[in-house]
Design a protein around this ligand. Structure first.
Ligand SMILES: *[C@@H]1O[C@H](CO)[C@@H](O)[C@H](O)[C@H]1NC(C)=O
Ligand SMILES: *[C@@H]1O[C@H](CO)[C@@H](O)[C@H](O)[C@H]1NC(C)=O
Ligand SMILES: *[C@@H]1O[C@H](CO)[C@@H](O)[C@H](O)[C@H]1NC(C)=O
Ligand SMILES: *[C@@H]1O[C@H](CO)[C@@H](O)[C@H](O)[C@H]1NC(C)=O
Ligand SMILES: *[C@@H]1O[C@H](CO)[C@@H](O)[C@H](O)[C@H]1NC(C)=O
Ligand SMILES: *[C@@H]1O[C@H](CO)[C@@H](O)[C@H](O)[C@H]1NC(C)=O
Ligand SMILES: *[C@@H]1O[C@H](CO)[C@@H](O)[C@H](O)[C@H]1NC(C)=O
Ligand SMILES: *[C@@H]1O[C@H](CO)[C@@H](O)[C@H](O)[C@H]1NC(C)=O
Ligand SMILES: *[C@@H]1O[C@H](CO)[C@@H](O)[C@H](O)[C@H]1NC(C)=O
Ligand SMILES: *[C@@H]1O[C@H](CO)[C@@H](O)[C@H](O)[C@H]1NC(C)=O
Ligand SMILES: *[C@@H]1O[C@H](CO)[C@@H](O)[C@H](O)[C@H]1NC(C)=O
Ligand SMILES: *[C@@H]1O[C@H](CO)[C@@H](O)[C@H](O)[C@H]1NC(C)=O
Length: 792
């Protein structure tokens, strides 16, 4: 074992903040200009000119739809059994090669949408010196600041952050002179029926709303903003503007702090048959009052300090330092994106987006929150694009690409609980009704109300492999954390249910009659018709079964017939590796000319490359896998497929996630030039001046997957860690497979490995120069040329 071999990593630390000298004054542009804050449950988007600031507030569970829209909501399931149709559907497909699943469809009504909660508005009169303005999101502390001066020279500072320890978002205003009157309110201009109240005596404003007037009663949501009472303040309520609280200048106050708590009566633990899938919990009123009161009794410094301490335990666990050859850290952030296209890349921007990626994950997904949705946590509308839901055929998965390796594995607790409480419960019913199966299943689009049925039969909804894909995250969480207690109580039960489902669904191939087991029906994500033997499904199941065989014994599985069944099924499973005439990988088992396997099909998804990245079934040399990492035949086919699939800007979509995925695949091929090209191309094409990625080129909607997947792509350029942890065996980890020349001299610290180890390393133009490793017993660290580091 070697621990701490070298310990002289250079610190070139450059502050990586997002900043601007221009306030966000055009509200219709907010998503392209604001900097995002959150504590998992709450999201905040500050905007507005000095003295007219507002913060758009989001709550993770504020959704219209589901049982809050209809008492007979079924999570998309039919009310009767549909699986009796399956034998005919399968027979039809095996004979006719393609078919359809319309007979499995349930009722997709009342799917619902994620909704905005409202604005916190804080205003005061000030004549601003326009050249004095600055807003900045500090990525070391997770605090957003603005500063400006008035014409008389008084200086003002505001700070905004969302605190996990205190479960509120906080706004603080301070001035070098006595503050003017400050008006504070909560509003939701988009709905009519909100109750808005203020109390001067208690120093609060409160907003209470409901997503629909019953029956059934819609979801209740409530927000309360309170002025902290750390020193004497005079407050009054403005008669002309009900719901507004005025902090009077007469008290001579130089600072004021407002805390805002918000919540709903959604209760994820009520999403099961016992509770009639009601998802209905207690009225949030008392909880919000307590939260807001508790936070308001603390002074700003305490709130600030506990937030920063919490934030840094997460953000501070990992460091990526890249050079700043263009002095970009001194430049306004939006200008960096303007000039990025012509710059052939800017390492500063790339490391900024990496840090922002981690900030966004920490801010939108915590132990007690729902997982990050399509927009993370941030949406200013009542009807969000694609409902801001959970698309599970790449998007929610990509959201978590950066978690394990950068020390954020534990914040995924909310993700596991979301699956346990909403997917397993309703998904067991879906498994039974649609497939006559044990275990559980989900399709591609999920809300927070257990929508596990097939929303419709479109290519993107007809996707029962989503839960099986998520089982990669479950297996990875154990690989990185080695947390056996978690595996026993959470990870393995999730995995077992999905494995049970799929064991019962495999069919002996009735088209080729080659004795293999295949999935029928299947639809390769968002591509081609409903058919059988889709490569993607076969790869995903291959990996899941292999993982179950590894994890079952660790989880003390005592059902040996079950393990034996997995083993037998895995042996017979078609593993989803087939070559096209032009040298790529086939996306389907049918002859390429019958499908869409022609060269230069530039579809956005890379489903047939799943086993290459993010999966490992094609790459890993571990038992049961295909060892493609060092196999030239497979490497060449992956590269050929990637060239053929284009740059992620085809006629079907110019989305950021498509490029970030391509980048990660290229990195695993050691192809630095292509990996870096795709990373840069994503930034050029999809990232706007506040560092957020848009779905259609630079046009909204905002979709967070490319932002969160960005760190995954960068990590794949920094390390290849694909082999299973097997005690007693030495496995290879390659450091720096695809570090671009322009990243000149840089370093990484806190990189987690499977098995629980942590490494750091530094490089320059000659390659890796120093490496620090902790707890990496059983790991052989290699550099890109295959040379063992430390001469081992
Ligand atoms: C505000 O932004 C929208 C959307 O980008 C744009 O169409 C509009 O012209 C802008 N308005 C002003 C006043 O700049
Ligand atoms: C729920 O009830 C409505 C109105 O009676 C009906 O149209 C709808 O089909 C029902 N939904 C389900 C899933 O049964
Ligand atoms: C869908 O498949 C079923 C058999 O499973 C068949 O009866 C039906 O005609 C097909 N519908 C279409 C539109 O192809
Ligand atoms: C194949 O498709 C034809 C219609 O094109 C249909 O008549 C036939 O029943 C299908 N085969 C099976 C086995 O379902
Ligand atoms: C700002 O000044 C205007 C005009 O004097 C007044 O109507 C308004 O109430 C003031 N706003 C605040 C927040 O004090
Ligand atoms: C950002 O926050 C950190 C931690 O609180 C602090 O040390 C640093 O000075 C801040 N950066 C700026 C530019 O204010
Ligand atoms: C928030 O404020 C903006 C700008 O004033 C307004 O257009 C928007 O409707 C508000 N949002 C809500 C939910 O009230
Ligand atoms: C609010 O009320 C107005 C007038 O009754 C109506 O036109 C509008 O649709 C309502 N808006 C919402 C969001 O309910
Ligand atoms: C494996 O389990 C499935 C589902 O219970 C069952 O249909 C299948 O026959 C079993 N296979 C073997 C080889 O035991
Ligand atoms: C695919 O695209 C490449 C690059 O543009 C081109 O060289 C090749 O001829 C194309 N192949 C086909 C079959 O269109
Ligand atoms: C590489 O992989 C292919 C496809 O699985 C296999 O046929 C071949 O034997 C492998 N080559 C080596 C050298 O292992
Ligand atoms: C990438 O580098 C690793 C380590 O040297 C090597 O094992 C692997 O075969 C390389 N892959 C390609 C495509 O060159």
């Amino acid at each position: 074992m070697y621990t701490l071999l070298f310990f002289i990593l250079a610190t070139l630390t450059i502050a990586k903040d997002l900043w601007s000298s221009i306030p966000v004054t055009n509200y219709s542009n907010i998503i392209r200009e604001t900097y995002l804050l959150g504590n998992g449950k709450l999201g905040a988007m500050p905007f507005g000119a000095p003295g007219e600031e507002k913060i758009v507030l989001n709550i993770d569970s504020l959704w219209a739809g589901g049982p809050f829209s209809a008492n007979n909501y079924t999570g998309g399931n039919p009310t009767d059994e549909r699986y009796p149709h399956l034998p005919k559907i399968r027979e039809w497909i095996f004979q006719n090669t393609t078919g359809n699943v319309t007979q499995l469809l349930g009722n997709g009504d009342n799917y619902g949408t994620y909704q905005v909660m409202g604005n916190l508005s804080i205003s005061h009169n000030v004549s601003v010196n326009p050249t004095s303005y600055e807003r900045r999101l500090n990525l070391t502390s997770g605090v957003y600041y603005t500063k400006y001066s008035d014409l008389a020279g008084s200086k003002y500072t505001t700070a905004v952050f969302c605190s996990y320890p205190d479960q509120v978002c906080i706004y603080h205003l301070s001035s070098s002179a006595t503050l003017p009157d400050i008006s504070i309110k909560l509003e939701n201009q988009l709905v009519n029926d909100t109750l808005i109240q203020s109390s001067c005596g208690d120093g609060y404003v409160r907003l209470r709303g409901i997503t629909q007037v019953g029956p059934p009663d819609g979801m209740r949501y409530e927000g309360m903003a309170r002025v902290t009472r750390s020193s004497s303040l005079s407050l009054k309520c403005c008669e002309r503007q009900p719901g507004t609280l005025i902090v009077l200048s007469t008290s001579g106050q130089r600072s004021v702090t407002v805390v805002v708590g918000a919540g709903t009566n959604y209760d994820q633990t009520k999403g099961n048959a016992r509770d009639d899938f009601s998802f209905r919990g207690e009225d949030p009123e008392t909880y919000i009052q307590n939260i807001a009161q508790g936070a308001a009794s603390r002074d700003f410094q305490d709130l600030h300090d506990s937030h920063i301490a919490d934030y840094q335990t997460l953000a501070g666990t990992f460091t990526l330092e890249l050079p700043d050859p263009r002095d970009s850290s001194k430049e306004e952030t939006s200008l960096l994106f303007d000039r990025y296209r012509s710059s052939q890349g800017d390492p500063f921007v790339e490391s900024l987006l990496f840090d922002y990626s981690r900030h966004l994950l920490i801010s939108s997904s915590r132990q007690n929150s729902l997982p990050a949705n399509l927009q993370g946590r941030w949406n200013s509308e009542l009807d969000a694009a694609w409902s801001a839901d959970y698309h599970a055929n790449i998007n929610i998965q990509m959201n978590y690409w950066g978690a394990e390796q950068t020390g954020l594995g534990d914040i995924q607790d909310g993700l596991w609980r979301y699956m346990q409480d909403t997917w397993v419960t309703r998904g067991s019913e879906t498994a039974r009704l649609l497939y006559g199966a044990p275990g559980w299943v989900t399709h591609s689009e999920m809300n927070i109300f257990g929508h596990t049925g097939m929303k419709n039969d479109a290519q993107w909804a007809n996707y029962p492999a989503s839960a099986a894909w998520m089982m990669q995250h479950v297996a990875d969480h154990f690989a990185y954390s080695q947390d056996v207690a978690w595996l026993l109580t959470a990870g393995y039960p999730l995995l077992k249910g999905v494995v049970q489902f799929w064991l019962s669904q495999l069919q002996e191939d009735g088209y080729w009659n080659d004795g293999t087991l295949v999935v029928n029906p299947c639809n390769s994500p968002e591509h081609g018709p409903t058919t059988f033997g889709c490569t993607h499904y076969q790869q995903v199941l291959h990996q899941m079964f292999a993982n179950a065989l590894t994890l079952g014994p660790i989880a003390s599985e005592s059902d040996f017939a079950f393990l034996q069944n997995i083993s037998t099924s895995l042996d017979r499973l078609d593993k989803g590796l087939r070559f096209t005439s032009w040298g790529g990988l086939q996306e389907w088992k049918l002859p390429e000319e019958q499908m869409y396997d022609e060269e230069n099909n530039t579809h956005r998804h890379l489903s047939q490359l799943w086993g290459w990245y993010p999966g490992v079934s094609l790459v890993s040399p571990s038992h049961h896998f295909l060892s493609g990492y060092t196999n030239v035949t497979i490497q060449d086919a992956v590269a050929t497929s990637l060239y053929s699939r284009g740059t992620g800007n085809g006629p079907d979509a110019n989305a950021g996630w498509a490029k970030v995925w391509r980048s990660a695949c290229w990195a695993r091929l050691n192809n630095t030039e292509r990996a870096y090209f795709e990373l840069r191309y994503a930034v050029e094409q999809n990232f706007v001046g506040n560092g957020l990625s848009m779905y259609s080129g630079k046009n909204p909607p905002f979709q967070i997957d490319a932002n969160l997947g960005f760190s995954g792509a960068v990590l794949s350029m920094l390390v290849v860690d694909i082999e299973a942890v097997v005690s007693g065996q030495v496995r290879n980890v390659v450091l720096g497979p695809a570090i671009p020349k322009s990243w000149g001299r840089g370093m990484v610290k806190g990189l987690r490995l499977r098995g629980g180890g942590i490494v750091g390393f530094e490089w320059n133009n000659d390659g890796l120069v120093t490496t620090v490793a902790n707890d990496v017993e059983g790991v052989r660290l290699l550099d890109k040329s295959g040379k063992a580091l430390f001469g081992r």
